[in-house]
Design a protein around this ligand. Sequence first.
Ligand SMILES: C[S@@+](CC[C@H](N)C(=O)[O-])C[C@H]1O[C@@H](n2cnc3c(N)ncnc32)[C@H](O)[C@@H]1O
Length: 256
Amino acid sequence: MATVNLERTADPASEQAFSGLIGAEYEMLKLICPAAADMSRQVGAFLAGWQCPGAVAGRRLKVLEIGCGTGITTAALLHARADTEITAVDIAAPMLAQAKTNLAAWSEAGRVHFVETDALSFVKELPGGSVDVVASGYAFHNFLDDYRCEIVRELHRVLRPGGVLINGDRYALDDSNEQTRVIQDELRQYFRVFAELKRPDLLEDWTLHLFSDEAPEHVMRLGPALALYRGVGFDPVRVHERYRNNAVVSAEKPQA
Ligand SMILES: C[S@@+](CC[C@H](N)C(=O)[O-])C[C@H]1O[C@@H](n2cnc3c(N)ncnc32)[C@H](O)[C@@H]1O
């Protein structure tokens, strides 16, 4: 896959969210939201067990990772199996810089290529049927609804028949009262962690980020997300894990 910089189509908020303090100290996520790292592990575990239809011995599987951030999910994917070549895309330079450092050995071995660009712009330039696996961890929920619809349609186009999309992410509960309770618990955890660390600056940024994730044009509810995957042609679409507002979802592109 080409490593080019393309015109951006994302809303600027996506880029800004991880270009400041949150991105610089992204390891805090483990403390305030341990489920995120678990989603990354589960995405790797799915890839490890995935049987690629029509796999050709000796040919590396082409994996496209959307929103690789600092490389947490990328590492899980790299450890999952040896027969992959990953193109990992992220829009935020400070996040990508950490991924490049953390995964330098894998990058030098040619197992992962990092591209700093908007994911949708990048995917739009890829030929149809050119990717075996699209993987992502905790990135899709950052997209605005319209953007998410468009990128999911494009991801279906670039996957080859028999290919799969695997995403471990924040999928909000369809019951909004339940979802509110989950978010209140998350906020309590933010206050506990950042008060102990005496970091009101991080508390402020993460709280604002949480509000942005929950905004009506942003929030990714499980039911509508599954309907979106099915609507663009993925079949079957499966929920593998559901833990509060987290889920691992796979969506296969039917073989012709
Ligand atoms: C919450 S982080 C998750 C990072 C990583 N996948 C992980 O498992 O830790 C979301 C990442 O998605 C990236 N992102 C958000 N919008 C994007 C876009 N439009 N194009 C590419 N990357 C984007 C952000 O820069 C950020 O690094």
